[in-house]
Design a protein around this ligand. Sequence first.
Ligand SMILES: [Zn+2]
Length: 51
Amino acid sequence: MTFTVKCFCGAVVQTDDEESLIAQVSDHASSVHDMDLSREDILAMANNAES
Ligand SMILES: [Zn+2]
């Protein structure tokens, strides 16, 4: 399963596992936007792109 999160700034994070998705998105949000996203927030933003 592939998880894709597209940030409102246009950055895209795509991984094939949930833990690294959360790590990467949370790192992006805190370093770029100074935002603290919860796991639930990140999963709510994620589209499961199955191909
Ligand atoms: Zn962003």
